[in-house]
Design a protein around this ligand. Structure first.
Ligand code: ADP
Ligand code: ASP
Ligand code: MG
Length: 447
């Protein structure tokens, strides 16, 4: 079994959906196809949810109608026969009558999750009809029947595996399945999701749950680039990454992968391939555990970071101080990314600030507390790079004159992370491209 996930741009129009159908029918081995929502739809659903929460009903109504008409256009472009179009209308009406109902009743978190799920329900519903109209034998299965979260809001691989295999047993002859990325049920039985970009996570969870041969993440770029292509010109695709390298890049901001999407595949050692729908011939990036190299691979940046410094002379020659600090974060279920300590102070970073005020109140019992919001973690990744003095040297040269707030070296052999005010992110990524990857130098030499 192979698991192929197609992201929003890959299913972003009727033409793109036709292209996906071609790609998935090139070979006949068993496959599960995981689809995201049509690009832009989840953002629009988020906006509609915000309008509904704010009771801006007029605006919400207009936004729902606008999206509705976009789906009617997509339907006409995608399906040819009146008979199929009628079934397509039903798919669309199911989602949009639900949305219109939200205008009439109180709108809370669980309704919002139901609203966000409509994107993937629409894309898979319509794509499935396109396959049927074109004589391609496929079975649509609902992710809500197997993608379930536990009481901690985490997917359990064992549970997903049992439930998914039960679903598949209903179709012993079937070779091609279509399902939704992103959406799931929580432990209360309500519709929930795996957070933004979560379709990658769905694919990896399915791959691991079924011990698939490979998970393929099809997107709009030819693999993991060595730097953020939205910010830096002259980036290049990395052909091979180890699971650890890919997991760090995803976690520290490489948008091509959802932050935790590599972990299930890594746990079961399922190779993950990143491929470009627009350029299927390009090799893309292979993520597995073969041929680990010792070179620097890529840099990523994670925004929205808050740094917290706790200073206390009570730390001096005392033990147990860090334990008390960690307990405070633990009691508010807030995880810490980076940490640096000195004899009388500890600095750490968080990205979830939902309990920040309470955390600071508690920390102030231990010492003075400084909070710096709007920071960015710049994370350089490559197996064993911390043992490579030249890379470390180049990184610090690249960041010369920048107000580096924290440096984390040695936490893992695969990454060096620095914390900078967010305003320096672009400059830092560009200079790292020049100095660490030598990409600007190469271009000048070519000229
Ligand atoms: P999809 O909708 O297919 O899930 P995403 O938009 O989530 O696609 O991810 C692909 C995008 O990630 C690319 O178009 C690119 O702009 C962005 N991106 C950010 N960092 C990287 C990187 N290091 N390598 C490749 N793409 C990256
Ligand atoms: N549609 C969801 C999002 O836009 C999930 C995904 O595309 O991976 O975040
Ligand atoms: Mg994505």
């Amino acid at each position: 079994m192979r698991v192929l996930k197609f992201g929003g741009t890959s299913v972003g129009s009727a033409e793109r959906m036709r292209h996906v159908a071609e790609l998935i029918t090139k070979t006949s081995e068993p496959k599960i196809i995981v689809l995201s929502a049509v690009s832009g739809t989840t953002n629009k659903l988020v906006e509609i949810g915000e309008l509904l929460s704010a009771r801006s009903l007029e605006m919400a109504h207009l936004a729902i109608e606008k999206l509705f008409s976009e789906y009617q256009d997509l339907l006409k472009e995608l399906l040819a026969s009146n008979e199929m179009r009628e079934i397509g209308e039903e798919v669309i009406n199911n989602s949009f009558s639900l949305m219109k109902n939200y205008l009439k009743y109180p709108f809370g978190k669980s309704k919002n999750n139901e609203l966000l799920a409509q994107g993937e329900l629409l894309s898979t519903g319509l794509f499935n009809l396109y396959l049927a109209e074109n004589g391609i034998d496929a079975q649509l299965i609902s992710a809500l029947d197997f993608m379930h979260l536990d009481e901690n809001g985490e997917p359990s691989l064992e549970d997903i595996s049992i439930k998914l295999q039960k679903v598949l047993e209903n179709y012993p002859e079937q070779k091609l399945f279509i399902t939704q990325g992103f959406i799931c049920l929580n432990s209360e039985g309500d519709i929930d999701n795996l957070k933004r970009g979560g379709s990658d996570y769905t694919a990896s969870l399915i791959g691991a749950a079924l011990n698939a041969e490979e998970v393929e993440i099809w997107t709009d770029i030819d693999g993991m680039h060595n730097n953020d292509p939205r910010i830096v010109e002259n980036t290049r695709a990395v052909q091979h990454l180890s699971f650890d390298e890919a997991a760090e890049l995803a976690y520290f901001g490489a948008k091509i992968l959802h932050p935790t999407s590599i972990l299930p595949a890594q746990e079961r050692e399922i190779p993950v391939r990143l491929k470009n729908t627009m350029n299927p011939e390009a090799p893309g990036t292979l993520i597995d555990n073969t041929g680990v190299t010792r070179t620097v691979k890529a840099v990523a940046a994670k925004d929205g970071i808050t740094a917290i410094k706790i200073k206390s002379s009570r730390m001096l020659l005392a033990h147990g101080f860090l334990l008390k600090v960690f307990q405070i974060f633990d009691s508010f279920k807030t995880s810490i990314d980076l940490i640096t300590t000195s004899e009388i102070a500890v600095s750490l970073t968080v990205d979830d600030t939902s309990h920040l005020d309470d955390i600071v109140l508690e920390l102030e019992k231990l010492g003075s507390v400084e909070v710096d919001p709007e920071q960015t973690i710049i994370c350089l990744v490559g197996n064993f790079i911390m043992e490579n003095g030249e890379v470390v040297n180049n990184l610090f040269n690249a960041l010369e004159k920048m107000p580096v707030r924290m440096i984390s070296l040695g936490g893992s052999k695969n990454n060096i992370s620095v914390l900078l005010p967010a305003a320096y992110k672009q400059q830092a990524l560009k200079q790292i491209n020049d100095v660490v990857f030598g990409l600007k130098v190469m271009e000048i030499e070519k000229d």
